[in-house]
Design a protein around this ligand. Structure first.
Ligand code: APR
Length: 249
């Protein structure tokens, strides 16, 4: 079974009603990212950050997976699908995707502020100042903030390095190290990008679908499926590396 790796960003959840960060009316137009999403901000004003993420948790958990999430989940019937997401919502999981790696954490979880391995599932509960982990330290959102390491990065790189197809959906590719995953796709594995306003400076070998996530994933699946049928070489396997006549240089 061919392996499709999907890297998603905030644009993947835009059609579910969740604001992106850097589009017009994005979250970082309203909030100072260093105040509400950095480790410095946590040391300076943990109460403000707890309120920011309590509010986002409430808003996000009221949203539903969109067509793009649902189509990616359904893709698992024909392919081995690995989702690597920068998003902290749980819409991929709620759509039915079974293999989701969160690079920047998860809103439905909390962690100890002294031991990153002490993680608690809190669902839609708020985290209050004074709430402590079993080691007596303040509970904090299970989110990777600016200025912190991305613990899941090594696992993400290994996943991308074994992709037969890499599909990037709804990310401005502004934030590293996540944005660097694009360069780990194996030679010959096609790279797709779905975004109504694709980032500039992309390699010419990347297949761009300049549409929103829902329509874009639909078109992506159609084209991969068509290619799979056309190239089926008899053993049920498909040489999708030769898909669409373009091979990554
Ligand atoms: N469908 C697909 N993509 C969309 C849609 C849509 N309906 N609407 C907007 N987009 C695209 C935008 O064109 C943009 O390229 O989604 C992208 C969103 O970019 P950002 O707001 O920068 O979000 P993201 O790339 O996920 O940010 C990365 O930055 O602030 C941190 O930790 C945060 O994980 C986040 C990281």
């Amino acid at each position: 079974m061919k392996k499709i790796v999907v890297l998603t960003g905030a644009g993947m959840s835009a059609e579910s009603g969740i604001r992106t960060f850097r589009d017009s009316n994005g979250l970082w137009e309203e909030f100072d990212v260093m105040e509400v999403a950095s480790i410095e901000g946590w040391y300076k004003n943990p109460g403000l950050m707890l309120r920011f993420y309590n509010e986002r948790r409430k808003q996000i958990l009221a949203c539903e997976p969109n067509m793009g999430h649902l189509l990616l989940a359904r893709l698992e019937t024909n392919f081995e699908v690995h989702i690597i997401t920068q998003n902290i919502d749980n819409l991929h999981e709620r759509a039915g995707s079974t293999n989701v790696l969160h690079l920047h954490g998860e809103l439905i979880k909390a962690r100890s502020s002294v031991d990153p391995l002490l993680i608690y599932t809190i669902g839609n509960k708020e985290i209050q100042l004074g709430e402590k982990c079993e080691k007596g330290s303040q509970l904090r959102p299970f989110i990777v903030w600016f200025g912190e390491e991305v613990p899941a990065m090594e696992a993400a790189i290994q996943t991308v390095e074994s992709a037969d197809i890499l599909c990037i959906i709804g990310t401005s590719l502004n934030v590293y190290p996540a944005a660097g995953l694009l360069h780990y796709a194996p030679y010959g594995s096609p790279v797709w990008l779905i975004d109504p306003n694709p980032p500039s400076g992309l390699s010419k070998s990347i297949h761009v679908i300049a549409k929103g996530a829902g329509e874009g994933v639909e078109e992506f699946i159609e084209r991969v499926r068509t290619e799979k049928m056309r190239r089926n070489d008899g053993d049920g396997e498909t040489d999708i590396c030769m898909e669409f006549g373009k091979i990554n240089p």
